[in-house]
Ligand binder design. Structure first.
Ligand SMILES: Cc1ncc(COP(=O)(O)O)c(C=O)c1O
Length: 387
């Protein structure tokens, strides 16, 4: 009952773009506001799509970053083989908006969620999900309706220790059971090494990531020897997009953050050194300077409820050399570099997000702008979809 109500509410969510009656300058937005620079976004989407196409790899971008069907549709229009959803609820929103090719990258271990996955199979025959345990597989076997099909990838762990199985026998048994089932379709394997995405320095990241993929190559061979060669080998993220694409076995990459970029990613370092700026910053949070109790600093109207951060702080874009300090839930304090002119109260202050995915999850939608003029609002329809 709680689940069916929750699903109903998700399918009622508005996901379509809302065009403003006339474009407005960014300065007129209700702040804190999450803003997309649309041209930069388009360039990022195209850059990744073109890069992987040239490498002969597919792109299955992770929609957990943007949580927005409008963006998922743009990614598919540029040739993505499908999109990923982190959770069942995100998949409900995506499928409801007409995005059919969805891979759920977390296993389901509850009856209610397995039932929802089963229901989704009635709406799309392109749904896939990962499994890493007998119990998870049993649940799917029970709830995927006869006459429908659900694609299955075995989630394989090598060293992260978060999800997946590293037990060879288990990997084979799960693959075999799927291959022998009528309503589950064995599609291959997933391997995601999230702990390597932010390793600083390209050379170090490359060495570590390729070492893990070596193990995956062995697993692919072992499966092949048993007639279970994976058709899909999926994984990787923004931090290793230009590394993992050199692994022969990998068929598609699950990069998520590349379309927005954030400060945590910029700091990991590019292939040729310097900031990791292969992709542009297309997402920012715009705030207003609302108070100045002391000279040399100014308070803005965005704090923990506007920015999510695990390591770094929001990066000021408006005043060069200034630093952001969290001032609580609703406020941030911009510490000015010595000699900087005091900013005016009521003016906007813009920031690169510290970590884009959880920051997006704090906002209702994106204000989409071109050349400083906002023309649309795109709902973050899967906001809060964490189950
Ligand atoms: C399974 C999986 N694949 C891909 C990604 C995308 O990673 P990124 O945003 O670093 O590109 C994530 C992010 O957490 C993930 O959990």
């Amino acid at each position: 009952m709680p689940y069916s109500q929750a699903v109903k509410r998700l399918t009622e969510r508005e996901w379509r773009p809302v065009a403003l009656t006339e474009p407005v300058p960014i300065e007129q937005l209700p702040t804190p506001a999450l803003v997309i620079d649309e041209l930069a976004l388009e360039r990022n989407l195209k850059r990744m799509a073109d890069y992987l196409a040239e490498k002969g790899k597919g792109l299955r971008p992770h929609a957990k970053t943007h949580k927005c069907p409008i963006i998922a549709q743009r990614q598919l229009a540029l040739g993505a083989v499908g999109v990923c959803a982190a959770k069942v609820s995100e998949a409900v929103v995506l499928v409801n908006s007409g995005v059919d090719a969805v891979l759920i990258t977390s296993a389901v271990l509850s009856e209610a969620k397995a039932e929802i996955v089963g229901e989704l199979c009635r709406k799309t025959d392109q749904l896939m999900i990962v499994v890493d345990s007998d119990l998870g597989l049993e649940l799917l076997l029970r709830y995927v309706p006869a006459g429908t099909q659900l694609g299955i990838l075995v989630d394989v762990d090598v060293s992260m220790g978060r999800t997946g199985t590293r037990d060879e026998t288990q990997i084979i048994l799960l693959a075999e059971r799927c291959a022998n089932s009528t309503n589950l379709r064995y599609c291959g394997i997933q391997h995601y090494a999230g702990h390597l995405m932010h390793v600083e320095g390209y050379a170090k990241r490359r060495e570590k990531s390729l070492a893990l993929w070596q193990r995956i190559s062995e697993i692919c061979e072992m499966l092949g020897d048993r007639g279970l060669a994976p058709e899909i080998v999926t994984g990787a993220g923004t931090g290793t997009y230009n590394i993992d694409c050199d692994v022969p076995e990998i068929t598609d990459l699950q990069a998520g953050s590349y379309l927005f970029m954030d400060q945590e990613y910029r700091l990991i370092g590019a292939e040729l050194g310097g900031l990791f700026d292969d992709f542009e910053v297309s997402l920012s949070v715009v705030t207003t300077a609302i108070s100045q109790p002391v000279a040399g600093a100014i308070t803005v109207d965005g704090g923990y409820k506007a920015f999510a951060s695990d390591t770094v702080n929001p990066e000021p874009m408006t005043i060069a050399g200034s630093k952001f300090r969290f001032g609580g839930d609703e406020h941030g304090i911009v510490i000015l570099k010595e000699g900087t002119q005091e900013p005016v109260l009521g003016g906007i202050q813009r920031f690169i997000t510290p970590h884009c995915d959880p920051t997006v999850n704090l906002h209702d939608g994106y204000w989409v702008c071109n050349d400083g003029l906002v023309h649309s609002f795109w709902p973050i329809a899967a906001r809060g979809c964490s189950w």
